[in-house]
Design a protein around this ligand. Structure first.
Ligand SMILES: O=C(O)C[C@H]1C=CC(=O)O1
Length: 92
């Protein structure tokens, strides 16, 4: 199942830079692992925002929730999920 996911990251301004950098590094490694597994096939930065649009390719809602809630930045993100279905006019 394909999902379009928007993630908006809101780190508290009071978080020490070292802590924020460590979280971002852990998040990067986690996300790249999922990308290599094919579960997170597309990841785009939203221009001018600390946000991304991503495509996830997972078995079901439960797997997506498990992956998203395991993101190291999860406590600091607003996440919006849109389930995708094949468009009848799509040639892909
Ligand atoms: O930077 C972000 O958009 C948040 C998150 C998503 C992948 C990653 O490495 O960090």
């Amino acid at each position: 199942m394909l999902f379009l996911v928007r993630m908006d990251v809101r780190l508290p301004p009071s978080m020490p830079k070292e802590e924020a950098d460590a979280l971002k590094a852990t998040e990067k490694a986690y996300s790249q692992g999922l990308q290599r597994q094919g579960k997170w096939p597309q990841l785009y930065r939203v221009v001018g925002e600390y946000a991304n649009y991503s495509i996830f390719d997972v078995a079901d809602n439960d797997e997506l929730h498990t992956l998203l809630s395991s993101l190291p930045l999860f406590p600091y993100m607003q996440i919006h999920v849109t389930p995708l279905a094949r468009h009848p006019s799509s040639i892909h």
